[in-house]
Ligand binder design. Structure first.
Ligand code: NAD
Length: 335
């Protein structure tokens, strides 16, 4: 059925539609975040989410605390110790066209009063994790969870090769990034599972999440997970003053960073970066579902801050769905 134009709606019709979307989206979120077993393709989720955002923008009185537009991620899985994130792990606002990206930039420039340099990064298709180091020693790993409370996955992350147990400097820091399963590891894992008569994973993101959120760390160790770090909870302990320099500093400290980042001095640079990686996407060794642009100066990031859900200094440009369907009908979803 065609969607009713929002401009022609009265509040009670909008309320009914918004309530239905909240229930549907929250069920999909539970499948995706809590059970690592999504039931719909991401673009269907995204379309329904965008409709709810549009309804809430037109009728702000309809926003409820349990609306997916106000929530980050999922809940802590049974068996895991909870970890409190003093500085929340957030989501990202997203856009689906260059015009929307331009609008984001125009709003930001108007707010800041001058042009903004962006650090362009690949949006890695995995799950967020946080690593805590005390005096340079790795002491804790955690998932994002609902943004303020995540899962303690310290034993699991100790098995991931790309994560340094000791930094090159004795810093006390919380560094954040993405845990992912390389495409080759994903294909090999599914081949082995198929040969053993086991159900296969439907996509690398689901496989990475299911492999990291494991009570049996032996399973995590076998799954060849990897990481790219790109963010920090508190900028204080590092010397870098830009996002791009921070990534270089992370690499010097011993972290694995994604090398494909680039500073853009104009929106044309940003659009070129998008085009380039949209073409490169099939040849990359890992999945990406878009690119992220981040205001490059760290003081500006700090000044702009965040809403309850997303930073104001960054936005994700989402690629159109992969041509290859991920939600194969005969695939059983496995964790
Ligand atoms: P998101 O995945 O759209 O974006 C935020 C996340 O991007 C961050 O938390 C981080 O983990 C990741 N990221 C990757 N590379 C990054 C980089 N370079 N810099 C910063 N962050 C980077 O947001 P989300 O809240 O994690 O998930 C929402 C999305 O998940 C939806 O848009 C939808 O596509 C999908 N989803 C799907 C279903 C489903 O049923 N299919 C359900 C819920 C959510």
């Amino acid at each position: 059925m065609a969607e009713q134009p929002i401009t022609a709606m009265d509040v009670s019709t909008a309320e009914t539609e918004a309530a239905g979307l909240r229930v549907q989206l929250n069920q999909w979120r539970k499948d995706y975040y809590d059970n690592d077993a999504p039931n719909v393709e991401d673009d269907i989720y995204d379309r329904n989410y965008a409709r709810l955002v549009a309804l809430e923008q037109a009728f702000p009185q309809l926003i409820t605390p349990d609306s997916p537009t106000q929530l980050v991620g999922g809940t802590v899985k049974a068996g895991f110790t909870k970890v409190q994130h003093e500085i929340p792990m957030l989501s990202l606002g997203d856009v689906f066209s260059q015009a929307e990206l331009q609008e984001f930039n125009d709003r930001l420039v108007q707010n800041v009063g001058e042009p903004v340099d962006y650090n362009c990064e690949l949006k890695i298709d995995g799950l967020a994790l946080s690593l805590r180091y005390e005096n340079g020693v790795l002491v804790q790993g955690s998932t994002r969870g609902n943004g303020t409370v995540g899962e303690d996955i310290t034993k699991n992350i100790m098995t991931i090769e790309s994560i340094p147990h000791q930094l090159t400097k004795p810093l006390t820091i919380d560094v954040r990034g993405e845990c992912y399963m390389p495409k080759a590891a994903f294909a090999a894992l599914n081949e082995r599972r198929e040969a053993a008569g086991e159900s296969v994973f439907a996509n690398p993101r689901n496989a990475a999440a299911g492999s990291l959120r494991q009570l049996d760390t032996k399973v995590t160790a076998e799954r060849q997970l990897s990481t790219f770090m790109y963010n920090i909870a508190d900028y204080e302990p590092i010397t870098a003053r830009t996002q791009s320099d921070m990534l270089t500093e992370f690499a010097d400290l011993g972290f694995t960073i994604n090398p494909a980042f680039k500073v853009a001095h104009s929106m044309d640079d940003v659009f070129q970066y998008i085009d380039h990686y949209q073409n490169e996407r099939p040849d990359l060794a890992y999945g990406i579902d878009g690119i992220v642009i981040k205001a490059n100066p760290l003081p500006l990031q700090r000044q702009l801050g965040a809403t309850v859900k997303v930073p104001r200094w960054a936005i994700a440009f989402k690629f159109p769905p992969d041509e290859q369907p991920t939600l194969l009908k005969d695939v059983e979803w496995t964790v």
